[in-house]
Design a protein around this ligand. Structure first.
Ligand code: ADE
Length: 229
């Protein structure tokens, strides 16, 4: 049976969706709790995955083992593409791990030996996300590459490096780990990120103040996708 998994980065985002979850059942797994139920009539697994690539990979593995057949990740990101503004929504075209460095052995920056240089998101989920995000009032939506790494990027040089070296639109800390696990399992996925800051010296401040707004946007995008499934 089809089962949609929704991973949020923050409690704030999950709370709004969790409040709408019917027939809720909590599944305790090592390191994470999955909430199974029905959201707007659709069977889902909902969870707060925690921060960073390790948590994201662990959570995704548990979701797949619990029966997830498609995965949506929603959260915030630092915009690194020039012109991106706080509030914009990025729908992933593909994802890279910007903190991987095996260049000493001749691999390109970001490439994990034995893995592709980037993980493409599912075409259909991308289209659903674009349509749903397009309905959120007052936000610009664009498609772009998402760069993940175990770093909160908070400098102009750091942000610029991600754009120049990887062609990234935004920087976050989980997406490419979700992507890698899903790709290995042949499970379609998409990452949707609201820009909370521009990954520069103001990143910490913008990030905190933008959280509540982002949580509402994330909820709207997910429900918009559910309505289109
Ligand atoms: N998530 C939100 N803003 C971020 C940033 N600047 N770097 C990494 N992850 C983020």
């Amino acid at each position: 049976a089809a089962m949609l998994a929704i991973i949020g980065a923050m409690d704030e985002e999950i709370e709004l969706l969790l409040a709408e979850l019917r027939e809720r059942e909590d599944l305790t797994r090592p390191g994470v709790t999955l909430h199974r139920g029905v959201l707007d009539g659709v069977p889902v697994l909902l969870t707060r995955g925690g921060i960073g690539k390790v948590n994201a990979a662990m959570t995704t593995t548990h979701l797949l083992t619990a029966g997830a057949t498609r995965v949506i990740f929603t959260g915030v990101a630092g915009g690194v593409q020039p012109g991106l503004r706080v509030g914009d929504i990025v729908v992933s075209t593909d994802l890279v791990q910007h903190d991987v460095d095996v260049t000493a052995l001749g691999y390109e920056p970001g490439t994990v030996p034995g893995e592709p240089p980037a993980w493409p998101a599912d075409e259909r989920l991308r289209a659903l996300a674009l349509a749903a995000a397009g309905e959120v009032k007052g936000v610009r939506v664009l498609e772009g590459r998402v760069a993940s790494g175990d770093q909160f990027v908070a400098s102009r040089e750091g942000a610029q490096r991600l754009h120049d070296l990887f062609g990234a639109a935004c920087a976050e800390m989980e997406g490419a780990a979700v992507a890698q696990v899903c790709a290995k399992a042949g499970v379609p996925f998409v990452v949707i990120r609201s820009v909370s800051d521009t990954a520069d010296h103001d990143a910490q401040v913008d990030y905190r103040s933008f959280m509540p707004l982002v949580a509402r946007h994330a909820k709207q995008v997910v429900r918009g996708m559910l309505a289109r499934l």
